[in-house]
Design a binder for this molecule. Sequence first.
Ligand SMILES: [Zn+2]
Length: 465
Amino acid sequence: MRLVCSICEEKYNIEEDIINCPRCKAPLIFEYDLDEYSKNFIDHEVKSIWRYNILPKEKDLISLGEGNTYLHKSKSLSEELGYEGELFLKDESTNPTGSFVDRGIAVAVSHAANKNYHTVATVSPGNIGASLAAYASKAGLNSLIYTPLNIESGKLYQILMYNGQVYPVQDIERGIEEALDRADKDTYLILPNNPYYLEGVKTIAYEISEDLNWDSPDMVIVPMGNGGLIFSVWKGFLELKKLGFIDRLPKMVGVQFRGASPIVDRLTGEVSEAMSIAAPELSIPNPLNMNLALTAIKDSGGYGIRVEYQDAVNALRLLSEKEGLFVELAAASTIPAVKHILDHTMPKKIVCILTGHGLKDPATIRELTRSIRERLGLDSGERRVIGRTKIGILRAIKDGNSYGYAIWKYLGRKGITIKLPTVYQHLSELERMGLIKTISKSGLKRQTTIYGLTTRGRDALRYLG
Ligand SMILES: [Zn+2]
């Protein structure tokens, strides 16, 4: 096992503990004497990436159960796309922190822990940051996460919960400069071109082939940010072929959003206009693994495809509704790419890599569910005014207290002490919001209004608890 420079091909001993080629600063890639592994490739007892032996394994492995993700065979979505071949969806959202990057971070953090670093650091718009913070906690290391201000909030909350130390930076470039400046001898900096990280990610290819009974799909469709994922998956397939486990290789298809497509631009020679898109993970102006990604696409005879942001948003909904897979926008970008491919060719077997979980990006989900929330009276504006008192009133009505005085007594018993006229104020607001309705007015001396819940009110109560 050795490290080889991806440009000058100089070989380095792994004991040197370097992460880039000292001569050309290019990423280093692990190389193995594969003959030694052909009989000893899988440890069937292990249910994580560590079941595969062609990995830089340290004495103590740091694992949260990464890998071993499900390869779904699509039916409804496939029909929706008019595809007659087999469409497989590799669901990486079930990794420990909800993203494929856990595979790479598990390997890189295992290395850092065994080399006795005290701290691990990264510069990340989210997924790698969240993953690094989690694995650092497991390993008992500190984690420093340099992250741009537009980080998706789900990922930020993950980092904070895993006790990662957050350094907000203007953008990724400046984050890298700052991280390099501040790094000391006790800190191991893990960027997306780290050789240990890339090595862990390749296990996706191993799992796909194993699940296809040691076959290879015709095409693998991969979202590209820094370009490490597409390269690593390609490397995995190449190794399987050299080992004799598979006898053909897939075409690698890399996907980027129009307006944030530096790798596809380089490939096609046409530069698309830069746009700001709401997907920080995929808006990387200078991908660290640009050359590796280009190698994977060119050597495999694959393609680079630009997709429209709105098409990915639509695909996000389709994946949830048709397949029960709620993924991040980057993952959904693979589906419009399938459409694009089917316009030109009809491969028999396609695998899309669904990189991460949809819950990581609440802003996009909020937008997609707006009309449903409005119908239920759960829009953020209304949510603010449906406070404790109004929820109490809805519950009172549900429990059979149908007029103002009874509702007021009910609230008092529940510890909500307000004046009776305030109850009437809330009742008229709830009626205006469409959550309750007037059923009848009765009484001799004075009018008593009887209230009931509307369907929307009952739904709202169910959501609000
Ligand atoms: Zn070099």
